[in-house]
Design a protein around this ligand. Structure first.
Ligand SMILES: NC(=O)c1ccc[n+]([C@@H]2O[C@H](COP(=O)([O-])OP(=O)(O)OC[C@H]3O[C@@H](n4cnc5c(N)ncnc54)[C@H](O)[C@@H]3O)[C@@H](O)[C@H]2O)c1
Ligand SMILES: O=C(O)[C@H](O)[C@H](O)COP(=O)(O)O
Length: 381
């Protein structure tokens, strides 16, 4: 069995080492020549999989260790009878934690605001449930869901009136509800004064040129962009205008990435009728220093400090802005720099790995910590 894999898939050898011969290559520019002999192609979101890549190749299985599938030409894969799969929900927690970290960084206490969620599947749904558990009022726009799935569904224009609006749709260009440029100038102008807009779905769901124009007109909006139109060549003028910027790493918790590899491993073994010998639980390293202590202060100060200790989102922003400056001074290539930040992203563990010393047993802060996934630590733990 010949396996061709993106070099950025973690634990490749540990999961697939017994299944065949693995060749690792950078995913962004894979060629048909490189793919020709492979039986299985294991990728991430940066490999476009279509006729140009797979025509006259031996590939019979394509697994993307990601949630998003917009880089797969699904109709072509179906026509060719090539099995393909993604890893639904693998990094949903990671994205939800990114949203909290971003709001903490902006000093926006979500517990006192109305939150609009656009796209309410694995990621948006997890955010919705966690916010609802904290008593936060949410409005959700998802034309593919019904009231039975989500009692807080609303029209897009109403959701855009929320104080915080978070985008979690896939990128689609066809079908009854294409999401490309779902937020164009008209929609962006509807955001209320002082609103916070976050995009952690796909860059092109927001018209980036329109967003730049709106940010030039209004200085009251706070925009958080993890995903950008045209990645890895992002708009540097837009980078300067947004309040928090990152290089498409919302889903890059270590736990989420490993889960993505494991889900594709299961699908791969099923497809080729192989026994499963590797286990995610056994391969996931524990967090060594997993006890955190709440600082003194208000609930909000304690929460911000705690989340900041686990996830330093300010550093993500700093690194991307540093890259922007280097590009402007012609010292670095933007696309290479963007991919390099992603390739060398530091290990970030999810909140559920941590125990909080001194956490209250009851009350609003206890509810929030539980909804975020933190565990309480007894002083004897
Ligand atoms: N930034 C990151 O690191 C990161 C990480 C994970 C996922 N993502 C992106 O987030 C997307 C969503 O992930 P998910 O796991 O929730 O996917 P999902 O398929 O579980 O849910 C997506 C939801 O969006 C809804 N939707 C589709 N078109 C819509 C439209 N036009 N308007 C409103 N809602 C629409 C669907 O009905 C569905 O409920 C992924 O497709 C991926 O592109 C980004
Ligand atoms: O769709 C996803 O799962 C995320 O966008 C994922 O984090 C993308 O990461 P990449 O495949 O580009 O490394």
């Amino acid at each position: 069995m010949k396996i061709l894999a993106d070099e950025n898939i973690p634990l490749l050898e540990a999961f697939f080492g017994d299944c065949g011969t693995i060749t690792r290559l950078p995913g962004r520019n894979l060629t048909r020549e490189q793919v020709r002999e492979a039986d299985a192609l294991l990728i991430r979101s940066v490999t476009r999989v279509d006729d140009a890549l797979l025509n006259e190749t031996a590939v019979q299985f394509v697994g993307t260790c990601t949630i998003g599938m917009d880089h797969l030409d699904q109709r072509y894969l179906e026509q060719r009878g090539i099995t393909y799969t993604n890893a639904p929900g693998c990094n949903a927690n990671s994205v939800v934690e990114y949203v909290y970290a971003a709001l903490c960084h902006l000093d926006v206490d979500w517990r006192k605001r109305r939150v609009g969620i656009i796209g309410c599947g694995n990621v948006g749904g997890a955010l919705y449930r966690a916010l609802s558990a904290q008593g936060v009022q949410c409005l959700c726009y998802d034309p593919l869901l019904s009231e039975a799935d989500n009692p807080d569904l609303a029209e897009l224009e109403d959701v855009l009136q929320c104080d915080i609006v978070s985008l979690h749709t896939p990128l689609t260009t066809t079908g009854p509800h294409p999401s490309r440029h779902l937020l164009a100038k008209e929609q962006l102008r509807q955001l209320p004064p002082g609103a916070v807009l976050l995009n952690c779905g796909r860059g092109a769901v927001v018209d980036n040129e329109a967003l730049l124009q709106v940010l030039r007109e209004r200085d009251d909006l706070q925009v958080v962009l993890d995903v950008w139109e045209g990645e890895p060549v992002i708009s540097l003028p837009l980078l300067e205008r947004v309040s928090l910027a990152s290089p498409h790493i919302a889903g890059y918790s270590f736990d989420g990435k490993l889960k993505g590899t494991a889900m594709i491993y299961h699908a791969f073994c099923r497809h080729f009728g192989l026994p499963e010998s590797a286990s995610l639980v056994e391969l996931t390293p524990p967090v060594v220093d997993n006890q955190l202590r709440l600082v003194e202060g208000s609930d909000w100060q304690r929460l911000r400090a705690l989340i900041g200790e686990v996830y330093d989102i300010e550093d993500d922003d700093r690194q991307l802005r540093k890259l922007g400056k280097q590009v402007r001074h012609h010292r670095v290539d933007l696309a290479k720099g963007f991919d390099s930040l992603r390739k060398h992203y530091p290990v970030r563990r999810e909140f559920g790995n941590y125990r909080v010393l001194g956490a209250p047993k009851k009350g609003p802060l206890a509810d929030t910590l539980a909804a975020l996934g933190f565990k309480r630590a007894n002083s004897i733990d």
